[in-house]
Design a protein. Structure first.
Ligand SMILES: [Zn+2]
Length: 433
């Protein structure tokens, strides 16, 4: 269906266009065909016309890191250090999950993401073999989804470990069958050097990203230092894994040499500020990383270590964290954060999205700003980052398809999703030990 959006403030995220007041956007099939003034837009006709007066139109958010099954484990293991949290919330439950459990969790997580204005999710699934349940949920919900096929080989809790040959065979099978699958070593300390390199060869052969948790906690890093005498990004640099296809999640515990390696290789990192604060992992040096050429993206991380998948909260938290950390409110601006949430994610994934621009994928959201928290704002980008909440998200369009309108999910039965997820979570949590 062709869609014509008329009126509204268009936050294009395109450096040349900036913010257009009283603009219009024309979508044909899954692409943006025209961006301009309302009066120019009115010369087009389309099957569906959306009146956006008083609303903001902007690119959908790209949630670069998630563990969707964790919607079933919210607040289990709250207020614990990482290792205790893993022992309480993750290890006793995740290996026991069925295909249907993973699917039910994914539907809830995707619904929550859509309602928060997310149009692309990168899911890192691990702990059970139901990767195809995640891929089916992407397909059924029509969100743009990527799957990092997570794996543990060494050091980790025994039931989670897999043999290198089995991992490679399964990974290769998934990558042949699906274009949106990439390798996802859970952390360099949990995978042998041989397998880290073999997974990179596979990623390159298929032209995919390479995705891993990177320098999340000092505990993980020290496990690797004990084994290799090197920290995370040092090892990955020496193994020739860092490049513009590399995506390292968290990137908290980095020394200066590691930041240089990530910058010189034009690598990508994913900032998960709420999760890092929740588990007290540390502060990712995103200002320094950006200055040195790293493409820094943004994500919620799994809801068991954040509480909720709220991209507005994530943007605001990112801004506040670095302002206070550097004792400087100007060190990071609303626009920098919104770029992390849109343009940078698209760049890391190599998709033509993250901007409202002709020829780009029609992944965009419409915010209703006629609300108590946003009725008047001087600066539209500041309003999105500091004032808006998921309640402002009115319409979500992915690949030219309307997934939410008037805050109602168009393809999904929300009540049904809630009921199934509730029952699944009750059963899983009571089955612990
Ligand atoms: Zn994670």
């Amino acid at each position: 269906v062709d869609i014509l959006i008329l009126g509204g403030t268009i936050i294009t995220m395109d450096e040349e266009r900036g913010v257009l007041k009283d603009g219009s956007v024309l979508i044909r099939d899954n692409r943006i065909e025209f961006v301009g003034s309302r009066s120019d837009g009115e010369s087009f006709s389309a099957e569906k016309v959306i009146e956006a007066r008083g609303k903001y139109v902007l690119p959908g958010f790209i949630n670069m890191h998630c563990h969707m099954f964790q919607v079933l484990l919210r607040t289990v293991g709250a207020d614990m250090i990482l290792l205790d949290w893993l022992k309480t919330a993750i290890w006793p439950i995740v290996p026991k999950m069925s295909y249907e459990d993973v699917y039910n969790g994914a539907l809830l997580a995707i619904a929550e993401n859509i309602k928060s204005g997310v149009t692309t999710i990168v899911e890192m699934h691990y702990g059970n073999p139901h990767f195809e349940a995640v891929l089916r949920a992407f397909e059924d919900t029509k969100i743009r989804g990527f799957l990092a096929r997570g794996f543990y080989e060494v050091e980790a809790y025994e039931p989670l470990r897999e043999k290198a040959d089995d991992i490679l065979e399964d990974l290769k099978g998934l990558m042949e069958k699906y274009e949106n699958v990439m390798p996802g070593p859970m952390h360099p300390c949990f995978v042998s050097n041989d397998l880290l390199v073999a997974a990179k060869e596979l990623a390159d052969r298929f032209g995919r990203n390479y995705y891993t948790h990177l320098a999340e906690s000092e505990e993980d890093v020290q496990l690797l230092v004990k084994r290799e005498g090197k920290r995370d990004a040092e090892l990955l640099h020496d193994l020739n894994i860092l490049d513009e296809k590399f995506i390292g999640v968290h990137a908290c515990r980095l020394n200066d040499r590691e930041i240089a390696y990530l910058g010189e290789s034009r690598s990508n990192t994913v900032h998960c500020p709420t999760s890092n604060m929740y588990i007290a992992d540390g502060v990712s040096p995103v200002i320094e990383l950006s200055r040195r050429g790293v493409n820094v993206c943004l994500a919620t991380d799994g809801p068991a270590s954040t509480g909720r998948q709220d991209f507005f909260s994530e943007m605001k938290t990112a801004a506040l964290l670095h302002k206070v950390y550097h004792d400087n409110p100007a060190i990071i601006k609303a626009k920098d954060v919104l770029r992390m949430a849109t343009v940078n994610g698209a760049k890391a994934l190599g998709i033509k999205a993250g901007m409202i621009k002709e020829g780009y994928l029609a992944d965009l959201i419409i915010l209703d700003m006629w609300k108590v928290n946003t009725v008047h704002s001087y600066d539209p980008i500041g309003a999105v980052v500091y004032s808006a909440t998921p309640e402002n998200v009115d319409t979500v369009i992915v690949d030219g398809r309307v997934l939410m309108e008037g805050r109602r999910l168009t393809l999904l039965e929300e009540d049904d999703i809630l009921r199934k997820a509730y029952r699944t979570a009750e059963r899983l949590i009571s089955s612990r030990n």
